[in-house]
Design a protein around this ligand. Structure first.
Ligand SMILES: *[C@@H]1O[C@H](CO)[C@@H](O)[C@H](O)[C@H]1NC(C)=O
Ligand SMILES: *[C@@H]1O[C@H](CO)[C@@H](O)[C@H](O)[C@H]1NC(C)=O
Ligand SMILES: *[C@@H]1O[C@H](CO)[C@@H](O)[C@H](O)[C@H]1NC(C)=O
Ligand SMILES: *[C@@H]1O[C@H](CO)[C@@H](O)[C@H](O)[C@H]1NC(C)=O
Ligand SMILES: *[C@@H]1O[C@H](CO)[C@@H](O)[C@H](O)[C@H]1NC(C)=O
Ligand SMILES: *[C@@H]1O[C@H](CO)[C@@H](O)[C@H](O)[C@H]1NC(C)=O
Ligand SMILES: *[C@@H]1O[C@H](CO)[C@@H](O)[C@H](O)[C@H]1NC(C)=O
Ligand SMILES: *[C@@H]1O[C@H](CO)[C@@H](O)[C@H](O)[C@H]1NC(C)=O
Ligand SMILES: *[C@@H]1O[C@H](CO)[C@@H](O)[C@H](O)[C@H]1NC(C)=O
Ligand SMILES: *[C@@H]1O[C@H](CO)[C@@H](O)[C@H](O)[C@H]1NC(C)=O
Ligand SMILES: CC(=O)N[C@H]1CO[C@H](CO)[C@@H](O)[C@@H]1O
Length: 411
């Protein structure tokens, strides 16, 4: 009776037994009956289980407890539900792609998956998982779903997290403590206004966050990569416990409601700092313990005041430009410029500072090479000539200001 599940190669071997049917490269199931035939003889299935494109309605995986392989359903508009009341682990990928009729996903015992890869699930509103639900995964990628909550995903450690285009998701609250490779958020919330709370997050590598309305990381201590925030709607961002960014940059670009940026404990950065086109940010005064910057500092905006009280060692350029008159601020920072530019040498790259630059906000690129080669402006240069702005292009890639800073430092 299991012969119909066997791939031809296995069938040819004639090894038709309950034992061998629990281990196959791949089995395609089209109905609950198909699934339950597997479940009734195997608690663990080794191989991939694929829901056939011809399957329709709801499929129940029955008493199957473990899949050592992938569970895949894709390109099926007739599949409305997928249930596995006994399933506690999927060692491979739990992949659901382009299932526009799927409205129920019920896996109350599922605790561990290799990775979650879900895309285009336009009817899936909630996950019916346990409390807690999934506690172990390496990678979670969820895009273009109807999910209004990620309740049921309770991982504390991950390599990759990417959540995008979930327009009904208004809040994201995860117990995540450590994220070791990349974290990307983009285009979630009804009007790109997701509220994110990561109360336990202590350690992250690269993080790129767009379109959030609130982003709370009260415990964040270490960034071993770059932090990039683009087009968010929050008014305040604070990383109260962040002391160091080991190897990357911090960038805040085009967050047009941001009024308060605060990194009160940050002392060292391996890379550079880019703050640009956050047009409500009048004062940059939230980095007052920052001493060492391995890259460049580039600030563009409607600033009236900028202070870095502890700044002592900037390996790259210091490039500040405001739509407002900041000549007093420029005078202060000139004292830190290289001896060639008349300062004390704390800034090793080129120092450039400019008031009344009506184009200050149009330069959001991370590439500061032109400021490195122009030789910098005088402390309070003004007027329309802005060689820095004209030489730069907007670049949303994670350009390393550290690299640019390194180049500048060599000049
Ligand atoms: C499910 O359907 C596919 C093709 O429609 C077929 O190849 C496969 O054998 C079916 N699976 C079972 C268990 O009958
Ligand atoms: C987080 O994970 C990384 C990479 O696996 C590891 O090096 C680091 O020590 C971890 N940090 C914490 C706080 O667990
Ligand atoms: C972070 O991103 C940078 C630049 O893309 C890359 O070189 C680095 O390896 C990444 N770090 C991690 C931990 O993935
Ligand atoms: C999201 O955060 C904003 C700002 O803190 C708040 O006004 C709003 O009510 C929050 N929305 C939800 C759904 O929690
Ligand atoms: C911030 O760091 C301090 C000192 O290490 C610690 O006592 C405190 O609990 C941390 N706060 C949070 C919210 O993690
Ligand atoms: C900015 O935010 C920080 C952290 O929340 C807070 O301590 C500080 O008072 C705020 N500054 C202003 C001017 O609101
Ligand atoms: C920022 O400065 C630009 C150029 O002067 C101006 O058009 C814009 O209104 C200013 N924005 C704010 C929020 O002050
Ligand atoms: C600056 O931000 C505004 C929105 O606040 C955006 O429309 C504009 O394109 C941004 N400019 C650049 C150069 O990125
Ligand atoms: C920066 O821009 C200049 C000219 O615009 C280009 O030649 C250079 O390769 C760029 N550097 C990086 C690191 O992208
Ligand atoms: C900036 O513009 C204001 C108003 O036009 C002017 O008073 C001031 O002298 C200018 N500052 C510099 C540094 O050119
Ligand atoms: C603790 C840790 O993992 N540190 C790493 C941070 O990133 C740099 C370079 O990206 C690595 O060399 C460190 O080992």
């Amino acid at each position: 009776m299991f012969a119909k599940y066997l791939i031809p190669a296995v069938a040819v071997l004639g090894a038709v037994s309950a034992q061998s049917s629990c281990k196959q490269t791949q089995v395609e199931i089209n109905s609950t009956a198909d699934a339950q035939t597997i479940g009734s003889s195997c608690t663990t299935f080794t191989g991939n289980i694929v829901i056939g494109k011809g399957a329709s309605g709801s499929i129940d995986l029955g008493s199957l407890a473990q899949i050592k392989g992938d569970l895949i359903a894709e390109d099926n508009e007739h599949l409305t539900g997928l249930t596995g009341g006994s399933l506690n682990a999927i060692s491979g990928t739990f992949q659901l792609h382009n299932l526009i009729g799927l409205s129920t996903l019920q896996f109350e015992k599922l605790k561990s998956v290799g990775s979650i890869d879900w895309a285009t699930l336009s009817q899936l509103d909630t996950l019916t998982f346990g409390t807690p639900g999934i506690q172990s995964a390496k990678s979670i990628v969820i895009g273009d779903t109807f999910l209004s909550s990620l309740e049921g995903i309770d991982v504390t450690s991950l390599d990759v997290l990417n959540i995008n285009n979930c327009h009904r998701l208004q809040t994201l609250d995860l117990p995540l403590a450590n994220l070791s490779t990349t974290f990307d958020l983009q285009a979630n919330g009804a009007s790109n206004n997701l509220n994110v709370t990561l109360s336990s997050l202590k350690w992250i590598a690269n993080m790129s966050v767009q379109d959030t309305q609130q982003f709370l990381v009260p415990s964040l201590e270490t960034v071993n990569g770059s932090l990039r925030f683009d087009k968010n709607l929050f008014t305040t961002f604070t990383a109260p416990n962040l002391t160091s960014v080991q190897s990357g940059d911090i960038s805040f670009v085009s967050n047009n409601k941001l009024t308060n940026l605060s990194f009160p404990q940050l002392t060292t950065m391996g890379g550079g700092l880019l703050i640009a086109n956050n047009t409500q940010l009048d004062e940059v005064d939230g980095f007052n313990k920052l001493k060492t910057v391995g890259g460049a500092i580039k600030l563009r905006g409607n600033f009236t005041d900028v202070s870095f009280d502890a700044l002592n060692d900037v390996k790259g350029a210091f490039d500040l430009s405001s739509t407002n008159d900041i000549s007093k601020v420029c005078d202060k920072f000139q004292e830190l410029s290289s001896s060639k530019q008349g300062g004390g040498g704390q800034i090793q790259g080129v120092y450039h500072c400019q008031s009344n630059n009506s184009l200050a906000n149009s330069d959001t690129g991370g590439n500061t090479s032109s400021t490195g080669t122009t030789g910098g402006g005088s402390g309070s240069s003004s007027g329309s000539d802005d060689s820095a702005a004209s030489g730069l292009v907007a670049n949303f890639a994670m350009i390393s200001l550290a690299v640019v800073g390194g180049l500048v430092a060599l000049l």
